[in-house]
Design a protein around this ligand. Structure first.
Ligand SMILES: C=C(O[C@@H]1C=C(C(=O)O)C=C[C@H]1O)C(=O)O
Length: 251
C-alpha cells in the first residue's frame, strides 16, 4: 500500500510504451491502466480514462486546466537518441517531411527547427507517403537508428535543439487532472522517479539501453528545463502556433 492512502493507490496512470518511461513508472506499474503513444495519451486524459499521464508537453499548452508535476519529466540536455529525423536526401534538399503520428511535441520541434531556425518551407505528409525525411520517436526510433545505413542520415532533434538554443528540451511531463489528493500524487510521482533511477540495472541489463536511460534521457526538471520550455513556447509563437501565452500550473 502506498504511503498515506488507506485503500491502495487511488489514481489511474497513463504512460507511453517506450523504454524511456520505465524509470518513472517502475515502482508504480500496478497503477498504470493505460499504455499508448503520446498522441493516444492525450485522448485518454481528455476522455478521463486516466487521472495522470506522461503526456507530451504541448498538450499542456492547449489545456491549461490540467496541472503539471514539477521536478520530473522526459527531457534531454543534448543528444536524446530516440527523437530523430531520418533524411532520404541531403538536408538542403528536404522539402517534404513525414511526421510520426505517435508524436505531438517532436512534430512541433521539427517545425521549429526546419521552419523557425533554418527558415525552410516544408510540406508535411503522412507516414505512408514518399517523403524527403521521416520523424521517428520512442523505441521505433531506437530501432530505426540501429538499422540505418548510408547514404541515409539522421538528425538527433535533442542535439540540434541544445546546440542552437543552449537549453535542455522537455518532451513530456506528468500531466494531472485536478483530482482530490493531487499534491500527494505529485509527491509520489517525484518519489517514483528517484526510486526508478536508482534501479536502472533492474530495468534493463542491455548496456546500450542503460546508457540511453542514464545519459540521454534527462529525468530531472529544474530551472534550466523551465527555461527550455519557455524558449520552445516563444519559438512556437513566432511560427504562429499557440499565439496566446499559455499559463502552466506546476505543482
Ligand atoms: C524522448 C521521447 O519523448 C516522447 C516524445 C513525445 C512527442 O514527441 O510527443 C511525447 C512523449 C515522450 O515520451 C521519446 O519517446 O523518444
Amino acid at each position: 500500500m502506498k504511503a498515506g492512502f488507506s485503500s491502495g493507490f487511488p489514481f489511474r496512470l497513463g504512460s507511453v510504451p517506450y523504454l524511456n518511461a520505465r524509470p518513472l513508472t517502475w515502482t508504480l506499474e500496478h497503477a498504470v491502466v493505460f499504455r499508448g503513444t503520446p498522441n493516444a495519451l492525450c485522448k485518454a486524459l481528455q476522455e478521463r480514462q486516466v487521472d495522470a499521464a506522461l503526456a507530451p508537453i504541448v498538450f499542456a499548452f492547449q489545456h491549461p486546466d490540467f496541472l503539471l508535476v514539477d521536478g520530473v519529466g522526459i527531457g534531454a540536455r543534448g543528444p536524446v537518441r530516440s527523437v530523430i529525423l531520418v533524411l532520404e536526401v541531403p538536408l538542403d534538399q528536404v522539402r517534404t517531411v513525414a511526421l510520426d503520428p505517435a508524436s505531438r511535441t517532436s512534430a512541433l520541434l521539427v517545425r521549429v527547427w526546419l521552419e523557425g531556425f533554418l527558415g525552410r518551407e516544408i510540406r508535411y505528409v503522412s507516414r505512408e507517403s514518399i517523403s524527403d525525411a521521416h520523424l521517428w520517436i520512442g523505441d521505433p526510433a531506437l530501432a530505426v537508428r540501429r538499422s540505418l545505413r548510408p547514404p541515409r542520415q539522421l538528425v538527433d532533434l535533442g542535439e540540434v535543439w541544445n546546440k542552437i538554443t543552449g537549453y535542455p528540451f522537455v518532451f513530456a511531463v506528468w500531466t494531472v487532472r485536478n483530482v482530490s489528493g493531487v499534491s500527494q500524487l505529485a509527491n509520489l510521482l517525484r518519489e517514483a522517479k528517484d526510486l526508478g533511477l536508482a534501479r536502472i540495472d533492474e530495468i534493463t541489463n542491455v548496456a546500450e539501453e542503460r546508457d540511453y536511460l542514464s545519459h540521454c534521457i534527462h529525468y530531472e526538471l529544474g530551472p534550466q528545463e523551465h527555461a527550455g520550455i519557455e524558449c520552445f513556447l516563444s519559438q512556437l509563437r513566432k511560427l504562429g502556433i499557440f499565439p496566446q501565452t499559455p499559463s502552466l500550473t506546476w505543482i
